[in-house]
Design a protein around this ligand. Structure first.
Ligand SMILES: *[C@@H]1O[C@H](CO)[C@@H](O)[C@H](O)[C@H]1NC(C)=O
Ligand SMILES: *[C@@H]1O[C@H](CO)[C@@H](O)[C@H](O)[C@H]1NC(C)=O
Length: 202
């Protein structure tokens, strides 16, 4: 990569694709999002010169060889460092929006939830008695059907962490600070559980 001296210079999608190949990162892996966060990418697969230089400098990897050598550690760290995981997840909202939009398209959000919560990040949103991610996707597709704003994006992760810890939802409070969409999801989950309970009895 040979950035010019123009500070407004951006490395755009094609260049970024090639760059990820050069440092041996697959385009579908979550490591792309870790790197985009570290380099303050304005959108997926686009780097601004300053973010690129400063980001790698902060990671102590100023040459292509060092960057490539650091990749396995970045890939691992998203699975072990919860603070990093949260940062990368939250930043992904900014990357996933279409330019000029305040919210993320539902299908796009679902693609990213699949990426974050099906173990590529080390986290699986699925507990002994509850296929959370499948139910959440079913719920947003069939009932919510709208875009995903930043509050919903952020609070989805909080909900994922809490429900993974305790699937009984004993921590849940209707009057809590959860957005309405998650209140409704809890009702949806309770409906599912009731139905499953009835089926067992029959
Ligand atoms: C989740 O991913 C990790 C790391 O790739 C792997 O070691 C582990 O076996 C996976 N767990 C499941 C349940 O698939
Ligand atoms: C979502 O999280 C980001 C990062 O912590 C924060 O800056 C932002 O204010 C949060 N937004 C909402 C609406 O919760």
């Amino acid at each position: 990569m040979h950035p010019t001296n123009d500070p407004t210079d951006t490395i755009t999608v094609n260049g970024a694709m090639k760059y990820f190949t050069d440092i041996k990162v697959e385009l579908e892996e979550i490591t792309v999002l870790v790197i985009c966060e570290a380099l303050k990418s304005p959108t997926i697969g686009e780097f601004a010169r300053d973010g690129f230089i400063d980001g790698w400098k902060a990671l102590g990897a100023e040459t292509l060889d060092k960057q490539r050598a650091l990749v396995p550690r970045l890939r691992k760290s998203i699975q072990t460092d919860q603070a990093l995981f949260k940062r990368v997840y939250r930043n992904t909202f900014l990357l996933a929006r279409n330019p000029g939009q305040k919210a993320v398209a539902l299908d796009t959000a679902i693609d990213y939830w699949n990426l974050f919560f099906r173990n590529s990040s080390g986290l699986i949103w699925n507990t002994a008695a509850t296929p959370w991610l499948d139910w959440y996707i079913e719920y947003v597709q069939e009932r919510w059907k709208k875009t995903v704003n930043r509050d919903m994006w952020n609070m989805t992760l909080e909900f994922v962490l809490k429900s993974t810890e305790d699937e009984t939802l004993s921590w849940w409070e209707e009057a809590g600070a959860w957005p309405g969409v998650l209140d409704e999801f809890v009702h949806f989950v309770n409906e599912k559980r009731e139905k499953a309970g009835k089926m067992e009895v029959e």
